[in-house]
Design a protein around this ligand. Structure first.
Ligand SMILES: Cc1cc2nc3c(=O)[nH]c(=O)nc-3n(C[C@H](O)[C@H](O)[C@H](O)COP(=O)(O)OP(=O)(O)OC[C@H]3O[C@@H](n4cnc5c(N)ncnc54)[C@H](O)[C@@H]3O)c2cc1C
Length: 341
């Protein structure tokens, strides 16, 4: 970024690049610049037979296709990623509003309704936890990073937050505050502290707010202590131009992040995320490889046709199965409502 260039990296500075680029990568300004793997323009790869090859839009196109979305199911070791960089946006910063948990229904109804109109330069994220901003009480933190190339674009991106009909209910409300990405990464990192055990799970959904609300209320009631949290990300993707393995995304992204430090908390915290995502799975169109929990809950990671194509590429490129694929296991069949009553 010191060169006035920009890449949609992950939201924390310790998001490592290898897995992030292979599996999709929803990063800063990704609604505008595209997801990270869409901006991979070439890769140097050591294949299953030990050969070093370059893959791009005209060479080894099967590997180039697979490397953009296959994540841990990719059949090669990438030793170099070649990336498309963008001019650094002129304006970057964020607007934050924080709400008490008693406003849960109004906040999510608003986010759901405003979602389709949120400009691509803004990313609406709602983080629900027992410690908003890590030092206040239980509630929902609406935080909106904005990246704009002109004053007009900035004003347009700010408007839905500054003129929000529920803003007066927020117990904390900031104007647009200019920040560099490094500072925004530091703010985000307060919710993902190190020295914790994490158990996460997620889903893409286009379910209605009436379908989602009973679950959101249940999740709020069952929230383990912070830094455990739920992330609602307004996504509403535009049509992707690139043909690549990545193929599952939807209007809303829900991620559950169960975190615990003490072994005494393990039992409750380590199943919370997966239990709730399993219970809501009928509302899901798939999951994002990033915050997945495929060991405990198999789920749809790409479209059926893309999965078939990936398997064909793997069969040709790695016939001796040097590289493993995503884990799968049968669903344990129980109803998590029993655990959270
Ligand atoms: C604090 C934090 C914040 C995060 N924020 C975001 C975010 O904003 N957006 C987002 O999309 N994700 C985010 N993530 C998720 C992140 O993208 C994944 O954890 C990702 O897997 C990290 O990459 P890694 O290199 O550590 O992969 P690993 O977890 O080490 O590996 C994941 C899989 O990819 C394979 N792999 C990794 N590198 C290579 C390579 N070079 N060649 C071949 N295979 C390889 C591994 O074998 C493994 O199967 C975040 C994670 C953390 C911990």
């Amino acid at each position: 970024m010191t060169q006035n260039l920009f890449f949609p990296t992950g939201h924390c500075k310790n998001t490592k690049l290898g897995g992030y680029l292979l599996q999709g990568g929803l990063g800063w300004n990704s609604r505008k610049f595209g997801i990270a793997c869409e901006n991979v323009i070439g890769l140097d790869i050591v294949t299953a037979n030990g050969e070093l090859v370059h893959a791009n839009a005209s060479h080894n196109t099967d590997l180039f296709w697979a490397a953009r979305g296959a994540g841990g199911s990719f059949c090669g070791v990438v030793v170099c990623f070649h990336l498309r960089l963008f001019p650094k946006p002129l304006y970057s910063g964020a607007i934050t509003q924080a709400y008490d948990m008693k406003h849960l229904e109004e906040v999510y109804r608003w986010a759901y309704e405003v979602g389709p109109q949120v400009p691509a330069a803004a990313e609406l994220q709602l983080l629900m936890s027992r410690r908003v901003l890590r030092f206040l009480g239980a509630g929902i933190e609406a935080s909106v990073p904005i990246f704009a190339d002109s004053k007009e674009e900035l004003e347009e991106a700010k408007a839905f937050m500054l003129q929000s009909p529920i803003k007066k209910k927020a117990f904390l409300s900031t104007p647009f505050v200019p920040y560099q990405v490094a500072t925004m990464c530091r703010f985000r990192a307060i919710h993902y502290p190190e020295n914790h055990h994490w158990c996460v799970d997620n889903m893409w959904t286009s379910a209605t707010i009436n379908e989602l609300l009973p679950y959101l209320k249940g999740i709020a009631k069952a929230l383990p202590t912070a830094p455990s949290h739920m992330l609602w990300r307004n996504w509403h993707p535009s049509a992707r131009q690139a043909d690549m393995a990545f193929s599952v995304e939807d209007k809303i992204y829900l991620g559950l992040y169960g975190a615990w430090k003490s072994p005494l908390q393990t039992r409750k915290s380590c199943t919370w995320a997966t239990d709730w995502m399993r219970w809501m799975s009928h509302l899901s169109s798939g999951i994002q490889l990033a915050d997945e929990n495929l060991h405990n809950r198999p789920a749809r990671v790409m479209s059926d046709t893309h999965l078939q194509k990936l398997n064909q590429i793997r069969a040709v490129r790695d016939s001796s199965q040097v590289f493993s694929t995503w884990p799968t296991c049968p669903y344990p069949s129980y109803d998590p409502r029993v655990l959270y009553q």
